[in-house]
Design a protein around this ligand. Structure first.
Ligand code: WTA
Length: 656
């Protein structure tokens, strides 16, 4: 649904419970209450302090911020290197033997990488890339499972100033290909496969198809993870263990400009084509290092675990760049959360004495379903702070997490942010904020956020729901959509002039607490992953039997939203369970398993406005089995009744 036709956002829910910060944590917290005023009085000064204190620059900047809406430049004229900041300088400072990653493979194998190990591996990989002709500024694709070579590859790119384009390993070859073509990558780093739920997730086959259609890719670097045989194309494909391991372990960091492109990460928007979100160097690293240290209260001996996949922005910012910039010890886990048993995560927490756990509400709800006996089997007294990200967390899941994982003693930081924002923007500070389950609480120090109505007028605190906007630049904000400045302007900066439009509904209560209300555009959140309705529709219509399709998100107790597809078949095709199964699989092949519709309903027609626009809002009402909203603009109101009857009949359920 377009934002313009969004009905008033309902915000009826009120959560009353409160949790004050534990006194000991508050006393020793990295951030105290005064941080808000300090940052508010002079936000440029606040970020300057962070950039000076947390990072090492090869050349000091001339100007903190250059803001020509919508384009921001931070630390203009400064030079640095991200890999140097994340690895080398820690070794130079005597932290070479400190653990950077405790890695655990799904089958139970484990590896420990110190900062010195990481430095050696990053340098070898960087030298291998150089030997393959990769130059500063060239884009390099990365399509890998959650193995140590993934952050190593990213850091190797950063070391030579080659922006990386990481594609989530669960995406299909089509999705990979689109991203490689969009970014004109010169090389791809991948693996034979990875382990997921006891099975090999094949990556090389998908990579081969994508690479054969991506003319700019000249070389493919392949990590051997599973050892099952994969075809290698001579001259193009190189085994990591042959080419990387024979390189020198010395490699000088390339100093790059503060605004040098660090990476592209594609994310779904409201059209079928994913957007290549651009993140640059100095501001980005300042933002992620500051938020990571402050929000997770990171100490020198903290064992920290962000259980996301590095293929998403959460992994980029809070498994790789933030923690490593801060010299933190992290956990990295390869596989499925509940493999081989529903307590896999809790055994990892116990084994490594994890202090901070950061994950998605969908994972918490899946654990909740298995019951509290699984976490109860493990000693998790090491935990101090819990975090969530990716979608609104319902208070029940928040309370379950707080009680059964955090033993009732750990603050839960509910962090709101986006691929585009690069860093957490709305969040509690664990030693400062009194928590309300379900609220992301308030903007991070120095961040400007508020809620406006459809006309762009401020919605006063406590007055109800509206649209979340950001009112001033922040250092890790996106610098644009790759090769598409017009879309950048239209998507984020045109709806409410002068503000960044996030695409989320939000209300601020009378005490200034922010309550996120979900997306207000055509983006779904399935297990915390962003999927555009139009992307799924396009892949359905790509099937020879389909004439038209409309896709909506329907609330789901585990995944947050589940994909509900309404499909009109061509007259030559007959509806059947087998065809529904085929269509679901077709989408999984075109986009990836995360986009597979949970429900497919065949329908003779779709509700449309007189101008021919599909009325998604009505379809959502039908999918949710809610009373219908306004139907006055509907061209033929009989259609809705027909679909509604069908949706309620067993016919639709059979196809689930
Ligand atoms: C949603 C993930 C409510 C929101 C880091 C946002 C949240 C989208 C929260 C970005 C939260 C993220 N509470 N909603 N704590 N965190 N979201 O780009 O709709 O994958 O716009 O980035 O996730 O998703 P993305």
């Amino acid at each position: 649904m377009s934002v313009n036709s969004q009905p008033e956002i309902e915000a009826l829910f009120t959560e009353q419970r409160e949790f004050a910060p534990p006194p000991a944590l508050a006393r020793d917290a990295n951030a105290k209450a005064d941080i808000y005023d300090r940052a508010e009085q002079d936000f440029e000064g606040f970020w300057t302090e962070q950039a000076e204190n947390r990072l090492t620059w090869f050349r000091k900047w001339d100007k903190v911020l250059e803001w020509n809406l919508p384009y921001a430049k931070w630390f203009v004229g400064g030079q640095l290197n991200v890999a140097y900041n994340c690895v080398d300088r820690h070794v130079e400072n005597g932290l070479g033997s400190k653990v950077a990653y405790y890695w655990e493979g799904e089958p139970g194998d484990a590896r420990t990488l110190t900062y010195a190990d990481l430095q050696r591996e990053v340098n070898r990989c960087a030298n291998a890339l150089l030997s393959l002709g990769v130059k500063t500024g060239d884009r390099v694709g990365i399509y890998m499972p959650m193995i140590p070579e993934l952050p190593i590859a990213m850091l190797a790119c950063a070391k030579i100033g080659a922006p990386h384009v990481v594609v989530f390993g669960g995406f299909s070859s089509d999705a990979l290909q689109g991203r490689m073509i969009d970014s004109e990558a010169v090389a791809l780093i991948t693996a034979d496969g990875g382990w997921r739920n006891g099975k090999v997730l094949d990556l090389k086959d998908a990579a081969d198809v994508a690479v054969s259609n991506s003319p700019t890719i000249k070389n493919v670097l392949v990590v051997q993870r599973t050892g099952h045989g994969v075809p290698m194309t001579p001259g193009r494909d190189h085994w990591w263990h042959e080419i990387v391991e024979s390189q020198s372990d010395q490699c000088d960091p390339v100093p790059v400009d503060s605004e040098h492109l660090l990476y592209l990460l594609h994310t779904s928007g409201t059209t079928a084509k994913p957007k290549g979100i651009m993140h640059t160097t100095g501001g980005y690293l300042t933002g992620v290092a500051t938020t990571h240290s402050t929000i997770f209260d990171i100490k020198p001996d903290t064992v920290y675990w962000c259980a996301a996949d590095i293929g998403w922005v959460t992994g980029h910012s809070y498994i790789v760049y933030g923690p490593l910039a801060n010299g933190t010890t992290s956990i990295m886990y390869e596989g499925a959360p509940q493999y081989p048993e529903p307590d896999r995560w809790w055994s990892i927490v116990e084994k490594y004495k994890v202090n901070v756990l950061y994950c998605a509400p969908t994972a918490i709800r899946a654990f909740m379903k298995q019951g509290e006996t699984w976490p109860a089997k493990h000693d998790m007294s090491s935990l101090r702070i819990l975090g969530t990200v990716g979608e609104p967390i319902n208070p029940e899941a928040w309370l379950w997490y707080h009680r059964n994982i955090g033993g009732g003693r750990c603050p839960v930081v509910d962090t709101w942010w986006q691929t585009e924002t690069g860093m957490i923007l709305i969040t509690p500070l664990p030693g400062v904020t009194t928590l309300r389950p379900g609220s992301a609480t308030r903007p991070f120090p120095g961040v400007g956020a508020k809620v406006v109505d459809a006309a762009g007028q401020d919605v006063p605190d406590g007055a109800g729901g509206g649209y979340l906007v950001l009112t001033r630049p922040w250092p890790s904000m996106l610098r644009g959509i790759y090769k598409d400045p017009e879309r950048f302007q239209n998507t984020y900066w045109s709806r409410f002039p002068g503000y960044y439009f996030a695409g989320d509904g939000c209300k601020v209560d009378a005490d200034g607490y922010f309550w996120l209300l979900g997306r207000v555009d055509d983006v779904m959140k399935v297990s915390g992953h962003r999927i555009s309705t139009i992307e799924v529709e396009s892949s359905l219509v790509d099937h020879p039997s389909v004439a038209e399709a409309a896709v909506v998100g329907r609330s789901d107790p585990i995944t947050g939203e589940a994909i509900f597809a309404f499909v009109i078949l061509k007259t030559s095709a007959e509806p059947s369970d087998a065809l529904a199964a085929q269509l679901r699989e077709h989408v999984a092949t075109k986009i990836g398993a995360i986009a597979r519709p949970k429900m497919v309903m065949f329908t003779p027609e779709l509700p449309k406005t007189r101008s021919g626009k599909i009325m998604r809002r009505l379809l959502r009402d039908i999918a949710e089995n809610r009373p219908l909203g306004d139907v006055t603009t509907l061209a033929d109101s009989g259609i809705v009744d027909t679909i509604r009857v069908k949706a309620q009949s067993s016919e639709a359920e059979q196809l689930i």
